[in-house]
Design a protein around this ligand. Structure first.
Ligand code: PEP
Ligand code: MN
Length: 338
């Protein structure tokens, strides 16, 4: 349930409503936007039935939330959220670009990649230190050593670091070295992991599960938010369909659907979404045109030598080409389409 307050409602009115809600064993979240003052009620519907909302000063009306997820829903939070990752704003006017190799392979490789990424204009360096590989015999990542190289790359370039956390045990390390925690597709419904990253204050990049519906994805965000972490960004990275030419089927319609259903930002990963480096540029442009708040793309200084995902990794030259095109398209959209 959401309580919409009168625009003239005072802080005292809001405090009184919150106090009544809490006295009934429910929780309340206050959202003061530019247009609206809203109080979200969390908890059992039956308990709310006995709250005399109409008798309370400053209340305009109530709206029932039909979704199983609340904190992530736009009904609950009509204004779009901007997630601030240490000064980089995801969900604002400019698309935010995260780029880098699939995995951190060595100190030299990640430092070289970071320089290329920075020069091309992206704001985040990506690279897995914990790799969730389909085969247990594939390269599993450098773990803490890899995190240290990422942190060194941040020192040298000023790029923010986004990197995957695959287990609850690794959270402390990843939280210490990274600016943003990535939940990979394979862990999107690892509820124990979602709850634990929800207990950290770190922004979370939540990738869509391999075969997740939008409802399941939104509920995964709710798991994180319900633990007290509101800083969630969605990442569409393709889903399993009957098509085998591409690694996954990139669902760009998810961008507009998520924008309608949720206030949280959404970015698109055309590298994992297609599995083919040639498709990264057209799908990046399509994602931006569809309204994505940013992109995640794989770039390797030498894709032919990559230990993972070489086929979908851009060369430095192609990365620069994609960045130039993305910047032109977003400038056009800002200037001509607003
Ligand atoms: C990745 O970003 O390196 C990755 C493993 O992606 P996904 O979880 O989308 O497969
Ligand atoms: Mn990868």
């Amino acid at each position: 349930m959401v309580i919409i307050m009168h625009p003239e409602a005072t802080q005292e009115n809001i405090d009184e409503v919150v106090s009544v809600i809490k006295s009934r064993g429910l929780d309340a979240k206050i959202m003061i936007g530019e247009q609206q003052k809203i109080i979200g009620v969390i908890g059992d519907k039956a308990k709310f039935a006995s709250v005399p909302v109409d008798a309370m000063k400053g209340v305009d009306h109530t709206v029932e939330i039909s979704k199983s997820y609340k904190l992530a829903s736009r009904e609950f939070h009509p204004e779009s959220s901007i997630i601030d990752v240490d000064g980089v704003k995801i969900g604002g006017a400019e698309p935010v670009i995260m780029a880098g190799p699939c995995a951190v392979e060595s100190r030299e490789q990640i430092l070289e990649a970071a320089e290329i990424i920075k020069a091309g204009g992206a704001q985040f360096l990506r690279g897995g230190a914990y790799k969730p590989r389909t085969s247990p015999y594939s390269f599993q990542g450098l773990e803490v050593e890899g995190l240290k190289y990422l942190a060194e790359a941040r020192e040298k370039t000023g790029l923010k670091i986004v990197t995957e956390v695959t287990t609850v045990e690794a959270i402390d390390h990843v939280e210490y070295y990274a600016d943003m925690l990535q939940i990979g597709a394979r862990n999107m419904q690892n509820f124990g992991l979602l709850k634990e990253v929800g207990k950290t204050g770190k922004p979370v990049l939540l990738k869509r599960g391999l075969a997740a519906t939008l409802d399941e994805w939104l509920n995964a965000a709710e798991y994180i938010m319900s633990e007290g972490n509101p800083n969630v960004v969605f990442c569409e990275r393709g889903i399993r369909t009957y098509e085998t030419y591409t690694r996954n089927t990139l669902d760009l319609s998810a961008v507009s659907a998520i924008k309608h259903l949720s206030h949280l930002p959404i970015i698109v990963d055309p590298s994992h979404g297609t599995g083919k480096w040639r498709m990264v540029k057209p799908m990046s442009l399509a994602a931006i045109a569809a309204g994505a708040d940013g992109l995640m793309m794989e770039m390797h200084p030498n894709p032919a030598r990559a230990l993972s995902d070489g086929n979908q990794s851009l060369t430095p030259e192609h990365y620069r080409e994609v960045m130039t095109a993305v910047k032109k398209l977003s400038a056009f959209m800002r200037e001509e389409l607003d």
